[in-house]
Ligand binder design. Structure first.
Ligand SMILES: Cc1cc2nc3c(=O)[nH]c(=O)nc-3n(C[C@H](O)[C@H](O)[C@H](O)COP(=O)(O)O)c2cc1C
Length: 144
Protein backbone atom coordinates (compact mmCIF):
# COMPACT_ATOMS: atom_id res chain seq x y z
CA UNK A 1 0.00 0.00 0.00
CA UNK A 2 1.24 3.47 -0.83
CA UNK A 3 0.22 6.82 0.57
CA UNK A 4 0.91 10.30 -0.73
CA UNK A 5 1.58 13.33 1.42
CA UNK A 6 1.12 16.49 -0.66
CA UNK A 7 1.73 19.74 1.17
CA UNK A 8 2.39 23.42 0.74
CA UNK A 9 4.54 25.28 3.23
CA UNK A 10 6.18 28.70 3.06
CA UNK A 11 7.74 29.09 6.48
CA UNK A 12 8.05 25.43 7.44
CA UNK A 13 5.17 24.73 9.87
CA UNK A 14 3.07 22.65 7.50
CA UNK A 15 6.24 20.92 6.30
CA UNK A 16 6.95 19.90 9.90
CA UNK A 17 3.50 18.38 10.25
CA UNK A 18 3.97 16.58 6.92
CA UNK A 19 7.28 15.16 8.13
CA UNK A 20 5.75 13.95 11.38
CA UNK A 21 2.91 12.23 9.53
CA UNK A 22 5.50 10.75 7.16
CA UNK A 23 7.62 9.29 9.95
CA UNK A 24 4.62 7.86 11.80
CA UNK A 25 3.34 6.16 8.66
CA UNK A 26 6.79 4.74 7.94
CA UNK A 27 7.01 3.44 11.52
CA UNK A 28 4.06 1.16 10.83
CA UNK A 29 5.45 0.07 7.49
CA UNK A 30 3.30 2.18 5.20
CA UNK A 31 5.02 3.38 2.02
CA UNK A 32 4.97 7.14 1.64
CA UNK A 33 5.77 9.52 -1.20
CA UNK A 34 6.13 13.21 -0.48
CA UNK A 35 4.88 15.81 -2.94
CA UNK A 36 5.79 19.46 -2.51
CA UNK A 37 2.85 21.35 -3.97
CA UNK A 38 3.95 24.05 -6.38
CA UNK A 39 7.47 22.62 -6.63
CA UNK A 40 7.38 18.97 -7.68
CA UNK A 41 6.13 17.78 -11.09
CA UNK A 42 2.50 16.60 -11.26
CA UNK A 43 1.79 13.38 -9.41
CA UNK A 44 -0.66 10.60 -10.27
CA UNK A 45 -2.90 10.73 -7.21
CA UNK A 46 -4.93 7.76 -8.43
CA UNK A 47 -1.93 5.51 -7.77
CA UNK A 48 -2.30 5.95 -3.99
CA UNK A 49 -4.61 4.26 -1.52
CA UNK A 50 -4.53 7.28 0.81
CA UNK A 51 -3.79 10.90 0.04
CA UNK A 52 -2.83 13.36 2.77
CA UNK A 53 -3.02 17.02 1.81
CA UNK A 54 -1.48 19.71 3.98
CA UNK A 55 -2.05 23.44 3.67
CA UNK A 56 -1.63 26.55 5.72
CA UNK A 57 -4.30 29.27 5.71
CA UNK A 58 -3.70 32.59 4.05
CA UNK A 59 -5.27 36.05 4.05
CA UNK A 60 -8.63 36.08 5.86
CA UNK A 61 -9.11 32.34 5.82
CA UNK A 62 -8.22 31.80 2.20
CA UNK A 63 -6.61 28.83 0.53
CA UNK A 64 -3.19 29.46 -1.05
CA UNK A 65 -3.28 29.59 -4.87
CA UNK A 66 -0.79 26.74 -5.17
CA UNK A 67 -3.19 24.46 -3.30
CA UNK A 68 -6.10 25.53 -5.50
CA UNK A 69 -3.95 24.76 -8.56
CA UNK A 70 -3.09 21.35 -7.09
CA UNK A 71 -6.79 20.59 -6.62
CA UNK A 72 -7.40 21.48 -10.27
CA UNK A 73 -4.38 19.44 -11.35
CA UNK A 74 -5.75 16.38 -9.51
CA UNK A 75 -8.95 17.00 -11.41
CA UNK A 76 -11.28 14.68 -9.50
CA UNK A 77 -12.26 13.98 -5.90
CA UNK A 78 -10.48 10.92 -4.55
CA UNK A 79 -12.52 9.33 -1.74
CA UNK A 80 -9.49 8.76 0.48
CA UNK A 81 -8.23 12.25 1.28
CA UNK A 82 -7.16 13.26 4.79
CA UNK A 83 -6.40 16.95 5.33
CA UNK A 84 -4.06 18.61 7.78
CA UNK A 85 -3.36 22.28 8.18
CA UNK A 86 -1.50 24.88 10.14
CA UNK A 87 -2.70 28.35 11.00
CA UNK A 88 -2.68 30.97 13.68
CA UNK A 89 -5.64 32.00 15.85
CA UNK A 90 -4.28 35.53 15.96
CA UNK A 91 -5.43 36.03 12.33
CA UNK A 92 -9.17 36.48 12.79
CA UNK A 93 -9.79 34.09 15.66
CA UNK A 94 -11.57 30.74 15.63
CA UNK A 95 -13.66 31.57 12.57
CA UNK A 96 -10.68 31.84 10.26
CA UNK A 97 -8.33 29.50 12.09
CA UNK A 98 -7.06 26.82 9.66
CA UNK A 99 -10.01 27.64 7.43
CA UNK A 100 -8.23 26.45 4.26
CA UNK A 101 -7.75 22.97 5.76
CA UNK A 102 -11.39 22.87 6.84
CA UNK A 103 -12.60 23.93 3.41
CA UNK A 104 -10.41 21.35 1.71
CA UNK A 105 -11.70 18.54 3.95
CA UNK A 106 -15.26 19.59 3.14
CA UNK A 107 -14.51 19.80 -0.57
CA UNK A 108 -13.13 16.24 -0.61
CA UNK A 109 -15.92 14.92 1.65
CA UNK A 110 -13.11 13.67 3.85
CA UNK A 111 -14.00 10.91 6.29
CA UNK A 112 -11.88 12.68 8.91
CA UNK A 113 -12.10 16.22 10.25
CA UNK A 114 -9.13 18.37 9.22
CA UNK A 115 -6.22 18.30 11.63
CA UNK A 116 -5.54 21.85 12.82
CA UNK A 117 -2.17 22.82 14.21
CA UNK A 118 -1.29 26.26 15.51
CA UNK A 119 2.04 27.23 13.94
CA UNK A 120 4.75 24.68 14.69
CA UNK A 121 3.67 21.19 15.75
CA UNK A 122 6.55 20.91 18.18
CA UNK A 123 5.62 20.30 21.80
CA UNK A 124 2.14 19.58 23.13
CA UNK A 125 0.48 19.73 19.72
CA UNK A 126 2.29 16.57 18.66
CA UNK A 127 -0.41 14.73 20.58
CA UNK A 128 -3.02 16.26 18.28
CA UNK A 129 -1.21 14.76 15.31
CA UNK A 130 -1.01 11.36 17.02
CA UNK A 131 -4.72 11.36 17.93
CA UNK A 132 -5.80 12.47 14.46
CA UNK A 133 -3.50 10.03 12.73
CA UNK A 134 -4.76 7.20 14.90
CA UNK A 135 -8.27 7.79 13.55
CA UNK A 136 -7.02 7.75 9.99
CA UNK A 137 -4.82 4.73 10.62
CA UNK A 138 -7.74 2.67 11.93
CA UNK A 139 -8.99 2.88 8.39
CA UNK A 140 -5.57 2.31 6.83
CA UNK A 141 -4.97 -0.80 8.95
CA UNK A 142 -8.32 -2.28 8.02
CA UNK A 143 -7.39 -1.81 4.39
CA UNK A 144 -3.83 -3.16 4.69
C1 LIG B 1 -0.51 37.34 5.81
C2 LIG B 1 -0.89 36.13 6.62
C3 LIG B 1 -2.24 35.83 6.76
C4 LIG B 1 -2.63 34.72 7.53
N1 LIG B 1 -3.98 34.43 7.65
C5 LIG B 1 -4.36 33.37 8.42
C6 LIG B 1 -5.73 33.04 8.58
O1 LIG B 1 -6.66 33.68 8.04
N2 LIG B 1 -6.06 31.96 9.35
C7 LIG B 1 -5.10 31.20 9.97
O2 LIG B 1 -5.45 30.23 10.66
N3 LIG B 1 -3.77 31.48 9.83
C8 LIG B 1 -3.39 32.54 9.08
N4 LIG B 1 -2.05 32.84 8.94
C9 LIG B 1 -1.05 32.02 9.68
C10 LIG B 1 -0.40 30.92 8.82
O3 LIG B 1 -1.35 30.07 8.26
C11 LIG B 1 0.53 30.10 9.73
O4 LIG B 1 1.62 30.89 10.13
C12 LIG B 1 1.03 28.82 9.07
O5 LIG B 1 1.55 27.96 10.05
C13 LIG B 1 2.09 29.06 8.00
O6 LIG B 1 2.40 27.81 7.42
P1 LIG B 1 3.83 27.46 6.82
O7 LIG B 1 4.85 27.67 7.93
O8 LIG B 1 3.73 26.02 6.45
O9 LIG B 1 4.08 28.35 5.64
C14 LIG B 1 -1.65 33.92 8.18
C15 LIG B 1 -0.28 34.25 8.02
C16 LIG B 1 0.09 35.34 7.26
C17 LIG B 1 1.55 35.66 7.14
Amino acid sequence: MRTLIAYLSYSGNTKEVAEKVDSKLKQIGVGVDMHRIGIDPPVNVAAYQYVFIGTFTWEMGSTPDEVKDFVLEVGYKPDNVAVFGTGDTQFGGDNLYCKAAEKLATFYDSRWPALKIEQSPRGSQEQLIDQWLERVLEDVRSYA
